[in-house]
Write a protein that binds this ligand. Structure first.
Ligand code: PCA
Length: 157
């Protein structure tokens, strides 16, 4: 029996978003559990030339962020960590979220944050709920469409 983990996703990993297929890589186990909202406010921004969503670790700023909680096994968690380059880029940590269908129900789940970032990013618009094709018009640029290198990281850190 593999160990199971609960992960809250708020960005491109959500259902219908450009990186959701990472859940089904390598045949690991994953299951949608519930929609949820962070107990604490955080700034969810869209930044860089590639319009990437980032959840900045700045508790109390921004909005209570809405996302989806999945149960995953070690295979799937390892793949999500590869996508997010945890712990070098996004850092995964346990956070409290409320169930959207029952405000009295809370859970501690894994969330990917950006912890080291340029303070000017805190002045950007913050979102409650991410959609790569939302009214903001900042469509996510997928990895295969980007020019080589990790240059966009200089815009964040
Ligand atoms: N994917 C992760 C973190 C940011 C992103 O685009 C997520 O959806 O939670």
């Amino acid at each position: 029996m593999s160990k199971l983990f609960k992960v809250f996703v708020y960005g491109t990993l959500k259902s219908g978003q450009p990186n959701h297929h990472w859940f089904s890589k390598d045949g690991g186990y994953y299951k949608f559990l519930f929609n949820a909202t962070t107990l604490i406010k955080y700034p969810l921004i869209i930044a860089s030339q590639y319009n990437i969503p980032f959840l900045l670790y700045s508790p109390g700023h921004g909005k209570n962020v809405k996302g989806e909680v999945y149960e995953v096994d070690e295979t799937v968690l390892a793949n999500l960590d590869i996508l997010e380059d945890h712990p070098n880029w996004y850092e995964r940590q346990l956070e409290d979220v409320y169930y959207d269908n029952d405000e009295n129900k809370k859970d501690k789940v894994w969330v990917y944050f950006i912890k080291k970032f340029k303070s000017e990013l805190l002045e950007k618009d913050t979102f409650e709920c991410y959609d790569s094709k939302g009214a903001h018009g900042l469509k996510y640029v997928e990895r295969y469409q980007r020019s080589a290198g990790d240059n966009y990281k200089n815009e964040i850190r």
